[in-house]
Design a protein. Structure first.
Lengths: 419, 177
């Protein structure tokens, strides 16, 4: 009998790769629905075999390597993109803890007590894939895409970390499994104690930042088709391109899973444990994550998975709704908008934890009043940031004068006979 | 550059919700969600092409009038079933894409001097402007309304005299534009 973490990691790997394939189909379907179309519907019933056709197509395409590329880095870049994302799957707490005769083990690949830190560290590495891909391609458009991605990632790591910090300060742990466990109870007996209700602003910041980390619209400046051909993967083809493509979706699964663990209670599905107590722990009422039933742990994983797919749908919904930012807007949103709000938010959370935490220490389960105070602090931090934003020095005046001729206000008479 | 050659662009004034951006994001998301739900409810605008054809649909359903489409050429035949063309080269002279290649030969019939021994049209070079049709003095070359023109090779898409005459046989009932 292999150890449970090995089985779990293999299943997670297989399931995530299968999900990635179907996410590409879902992306195309969502795009079609938003544009009054129905999307792929020819391969298999209702187009459900389309991922197989797409995958086969990638395999049969020529794996072209242009002259002048840095061969080692050109091959390494997509591999880095894919590898870092898969490594980070290890710390996602899919199913809480399981208690058996042989002891207590976490239903995940590796239960790291620095899980949040590990995810941030690994996510930052994925920018290497983009930068190296852009650099090794020996193509100015790819290079520009890589540069843009660097500036964007550097800017958005900070609000991402700040929004994580607001959660970490509150719960006093970096272990994703413990963070999930502390959300698995109720305020007033029926409101799920999910972090999103206590810290909605931190959640919104996190959501915006993971969009930026995923390099997807409206933050897809590094692969802006209209300006940069294809951005950092312009020169890539065949399975090398497919790896970039799959890594984008695998990264979405990862960041969505972290989002679920931090803000939506992970495997916790409210009210259902009143029907099936093992789902919310049947060993220790103070540790709802621990259950004796492996079946319950598996069910938790499916709940977690369902929530992840819901967040990914939001990713796609946003992509097909919003236009791309201009680059100064992109950087301005991070540095003038989210970083000040995030700083205020972390400070407010820290003060509240100091005032109301047990002995002023953070390691706590959030009570109802605390949640209300956090909510108020969230709203207040946004209001404070809006007021502070008005006090910031104004940007330099824009030159709004432009030549009449050649513009749409041209006075040049039209040729005879046209209207 | 003089001041009179310049204009000062006035950007639209942003409301508070525009400035804060997020409310407008939600409005945009609402619009796409409305479209998604409508499409899932069966209000899509898709024409399942080979099974469904636009010419069979009304304008409201996205249909189009086939009679206004300039498609594949045909070489007309006269009452005796002979090719009408007299190999005068008017069409290939008028052709802006230079896609018509004619080789003339003495006609085997007494009523005309020449007839086309070869008459090739490269359907891939053709821009379907209809100039050949207008130039033809004997109404021998015409554009049909056939739009579903496909082939596996470039060679296959060069239509010779037999093929163009065969197009006439298939579309003889069609009224040209």
């Amino acid at each position: 009998m292999p150890p449970p973490w090995l089985i779990i990691s293999l299943v997670v790997f297989g399931a995530s790769m299968g999900t990635v394939a179907y996410l590409i189909l879902l992306e195309r379907k969502v795009a079609s629905w938003a544009q009054d179309r129905i999307g792929p519907n020819r391969v298999g019933p209702r187009g459900l075999l389309q991922p197989i056709a797409d995958g086969l197509k990638f395999f049969f395409k020529e794996d072209y390597q242009p002259a002048g590329v840095d061969r080692a880095l050109f091959t390494l870049a997509p591999a880095i993109m894919m590898a870092v994302v898969i490594v980070a799957y290890a710390v996602i707490p899919w199913g809480g803890m399981v208690q058996t005769e042989s002891g207590r083990w976490a239903f995940q690949t590796a239960s790291l007590n620095i899980g949040v830190l590990f995810v941030i560290a690994v996510l930052s590495l994925s920018v290497y894939g983009i930068v190296l891909g852009g650099w090794a391609s020996n193509n100015k458009y790819s290079f520009l895409g890589g540069l843009r991605a660097t500036a964007q990632m550097v800017s958005y790591e900070i609000p991402l970390a700040l929004s994580l910090l607001a959660v970490v300060v509150l719960f006093g742990t970096l272990d994703l499994g413990v963070i999930v466990e502390k959300q698995a109870h109720y305020w007033l007996g029926f409101i799920p104690a999910w972090n999103v209700f206590a810290q909605p602003v931190a959640f919104l910041m996190f959501l915006v930042c993971i969009h930026a980390e995923a390099n997807r619209a409206p933050f897809d400046l590094s692969e802006a088709e209209q300006e940069l051909v294809g951005g950092y993967h312009t020169e890539y083809s065949s399975m090398r391109f497919a790896l970039f493509f799959l890594a984008e979706y695998a990264g979405m699964i990862l960041t969505s899973a972290v989002c679920i663990a931090l803000f939506f209670g992970g495997w916790h599905l409210p009210w259902i444990e009143w029907l099936w107590p093992a789902l919310a722990g049947n060993v220790d009422p103070n540790h709802p994550a621990v259950t004796t039933s492996i079946l319950a742990a598996v069910a938790r994983s499916f709940i977690f998975y369902g929530k992840v797919v819901a967040v990914i749908f939001v990713f796609m919904w946003v992509r097909w709704s919003l236009p791309r930012f201009r680059f100064d807007q992109l950087i301005g949103l991070a540095w003038r908008g989210m970083i000040p709000i995030g700083l205020v938010l972390v400070m407010a959370t820290a003060v509240l934890v100091y005032l109301w935490g047990p002995n002023g220490r953070p390691n706590m389960r959030v009570g109802g009043w605390m949640a209300l105070a956090l909510l108020a602090a969230n709203v207040a931090s946004v209001v404070a940031a809006m007021i502070a934003g008005q006090l910031l020095p104004a940007p330099p005046p824009t030159n709004r004068r432009m030549a009449v001729d050649g513009s749409r206000f041209t006075r040049t008479p039209l040729p005879e006979g046209t209207s | 550059m003089k001041d009179s050659d310049l204009i000062v662009l006035q950007e639209p004034k942003l409301t508070l919700s525009d400035q804060f951006y997020l409310p407008q994001v939600l409005v945009g998301l609402g619009t796409t969600m409305k479209h998604m739900l409508r499409t899932l409810g069966g209000a899509d605008r898709v024409v399942q092409y080979p099974e469904e054809k636009r010419e069979d649909l009304t304008v409201e359903q996205g249909g189009f009038l086939r009679q206004t489409y300039r498609g594949v050429h045909r070489l007309n035949k006269d009452e005796a079933g002979r090719v009408k063309c007299v190999a005068c080269f008017m069409c290939s002279t008028a052709c802006p894409a230079r896609c018509i290649h004619i080789e003339a030969a003495p006609a085997p019939w007494p009523d005309r001097e020449k007839y086309p021994a070869k008459f090739d049209i490269d359907e891939l070079r053709c821009i379907y402007c209809g100039m050949c049709e207008e130039a033809c003095p004997v109404d021998a070359i015409e554009l049909t309304h056939e739009y579903d023109l496909v082939g596996h090779t470039r060679q296959e898409m060069i239509f010779d005299k037999e093929k163009l005459l065969a197009v006439y046989d298939q579309t003889v009932k069609d009224e040209p534009m």
